[in-house]
Design a binder for this molecule. Structure first.
Ligand SMILES: [Zn+2]
Length: 435
């Protein structure tokens, strides 16, 4: 970040802006959501990447608006006395900063509201990790497999998927080994309820489900819904076939990765009934005369059905409940849903959590402790503003059904063990006839 400040200063000098101490009328001012000055372009706060993200977005606006090259747009933004009204929330920023504290590990975190407003971006360690792509690992499963498959009518709450290897691959010693490996290193060789597949983050069932959905559909869902760059996987699929990218798509080893901002943005759909608005940090841009030259226009897309989003919401609640991989994550005073993601070589540890007001993605680059990202989430949410919404609204025609755990059908008077499930109104299971 230091080099970035130097870059801004050099840029300012090159552009003929006198001095680099803010006395020039030409420099850029960025305001936070409460109207306070977040920074000027020659006094960039070097503790987070929010400013860089915001400036980049503003440059994109100027390029489009005035048909400029990137260089021209940068010149205009930094020397034209512009002001940006941003979405930065000082309270949320402070909460993330305090949770990270004086650690030095690689860390990237983004918090958005549920309409894509980027409230905080924070990086720890040597790079601006919140702005870099990282493999999402299992945090991708709800987005690349389970939600689109449910939306296609291929999966329900009590669908069962076989927990067994998909195929054998050549291992390190040249022998054939089972693939994929589950987080527990074990297989039950039994059909598993979708709820449990997500709660335990099984890799086998994600791969089997992706085979049913098809990688082409999964990739175009990610690309079209969220604008993720999955061109590497798409090209590989074209050249080498679906088999070669099953792991990338189902288990989240995406070549270009995703940034915490992108992941927080995408997860908003599980709290909004399937509506998505791209992450954005610029609300308005004003010129030196104070005239507003750009105002952000809200644009929402329904990327999955309301009922699918509501059912996924309840499934993701299981992940942060007892027995789930994300049980270490808590959000004080409000309902929470979420998903973990963990790399096999301890370099990526993710937690994405969504409350009725916020979506927060945390990437940690030294995931030696299993739940480190989930624990950081809890720390952040201990400092967040008091929630004004405590529960998620169920959207769409969703029915809460009491199930027979053995059959996955609606409970009859003779069934033993029962469990709650959620279904689209037209997909409610029949009454159990096994007992
Ligand atoms: Zn039964």
């Amino acid at each position: 970040m230091r080099s970035y400040i130097a870059f801004l200063c050099v840029l300012a000098l090159l552009l003929g802006v006198t001095g680099c101490a803010g006395e020039s009328g030409g420099s850029l001012t960025v305001y936070d959501a409460s109207g306070g000055v977040l920074a000027t372009a020659n006094a960039v706060d070097d503790t987070n990447g929010f400013l860089r993200y915001t400036i980049d977005e503003a440059i994109g606006v100027l390029i489009e608006r005035y048909d400029l090259t990137r260089e021209e747009a940068e010149k205009r933004l930094f020397s034209g006395g512009y002001a940006i009204d941003s979405t930065a929330d000082p309270t949320v920023m402070a909460a993330v900063e305090a949770a990270y504290g004086d650690q030095t590990m690689p860390f990237g975190c983004a918090v958005t509201d549920l309409s894509g407003k980027v409230l905080a971006v924070y990086s720890g360690g040597k790079e601006d990790f919140a702005l870099l792509g990282h493999s999402p690992h299992s945090s991708i499963k709800p987005l690349s497999v389970y939600a689109p498959a449910m939306d296609e009518g291929l999966l329900d709450w009590s669908s069962t998927i076989e927990d067994k290897p998909y195929k054998k691959l050549k291992g390190e010693k040249g022998d054939l080994v089972d693939w994929p490996v589950n987080p527990t290193d074990q297989y039950t060789y039994q059909p598993v309820l979708l709820y449990d597949c997500l709660q335990q983050s099984l890799n086998t069932t994600a791969v089997h489900s992706l085979k049913t959905l098809g990688t082409e559909k999964a990739l175009s869902f990610l690309q079209q819904s969220f604008g993720w760059d999955v061109s590497f996987e798409q090209e590989k699929q074209e050249k080498q076939g679906e088999e070669e990218i099953l792991g990338n798509v189902a288990l989240g080893t995406l070549y270009k990765g995703v940034t915490p901002i992108q992941l927080a943005g995408a997860y908003q759909i599980f709290g909004t009934g399937g509506r998505y608005e791209a992450p954005h940090a610029v609300i308005a841009i004003r010129d030196a005369e104070g005239k507003t030259v750009y105002t952000y226009q809200s644009e929402k897309t329904q990327v999955i059905r309301e009922d699918t989003a509501s059912i996924m919401n309840r499934l993701l609640k299981g992940v942060v409940s007892v027995g789930g991989t994300g049980v270490a994550a808590k959000a004080k005073g409000t309902e929470l849903i979420g998903k973990t993601g963990t790399g096999t070589d301890d370099t990526d540890n993710w937690f994405v959590g969504v409350t009725p007001e916020y979506s927060c993605a945390i990437w940690h680059g030294e995931g030696n402790e299993d739940n480190i990202a989930a624990e950081l989430f809890t720390k952040i949410f201990e400092q967040m503003p008091t929630p004004t919404k405590k529960t998620f609204a169920m959207r769409g025609s969703v029915k809460k059904v009491v199930l027979c755990t053995e059959s996955g059908l609606q409970v009859s008077a003779d069934c033993g063990n029962i469990k709650i499930g959620y279904y689209a109104a037209n997909r409610v299971p029949a009454i159990c006839d096994k007992h």
